[in-house]
Write a protein of this length. Sequence first.
Length: 263
Amino acid sequence: MLALFLFFLPVFFFAYWAVKRGARFSLRPIDAYTALKGLLARAAEAGQPVHLSLGIAGIGDQATADTTAGLNVLEYLAERAAISANPPLVTIANATALPVAQDLLRRAYRRQGYSEEYDPGRVRFVAPSDPTLGSSAVPSPSVYANSPQDAFAYAAGTMQLLSKQKVTANVMLGQFGDEFLLLGETGARRDLTQIGGTSVVSVLPFVYATMSHPLIGEDIYAGGAYLSDKPAHLSSLLAQDILRWVLVAGMGVAIVLRTLGLV
């Protein structure tokens, strides 16, 4: 992993330099992000917020990347919703994500010149994760399912919110376990537009079954590039693609050499 990271860094900085110099490359269309861009207009027209779930993980643990993917979407939603005075409704299950999500929302209002309209209550800490687990460890879905204070407590609270609160859409992006199906089914019963994804392989069938616009696997990490168009996000995505093709080419060469008996 260290070797891959050291190889990734110069590729990333080269891609960043190229993007800053005006280089452009096409991104394959991802239906979920296209739909996400249209949600805010519908929300403003209906006068109802978009619900965003950041999952059961937090900041500083093994699933930080998944939580960050959800925060990238929150930043996009907050920037545009601040203008329409219809901010997203955010739910979390890990306290470490609470101040980050609130700060993203606060800064979005400040940049738009509506600081007085900021309401920290739009980010809701629904239920804590298992207190017996250290902050450095992200429990698997099976661990959550066996603990008294688990992700299903978060699911129960968020299901109540989705059932009672008038929302335009349900967006779920982050680390999830089996509770994803409960939340997805609640949104589906209300016929909400649902966009969601996670990196947990065992949860992907639930994503595909319940989401109107599913994000499968690593697609969740591309949100920054698709939504914000910032050079850092674009160059990171380009560097990842370059690294992926290098690995594929390397495996192809190894297979050929092995077949020819040269290695």
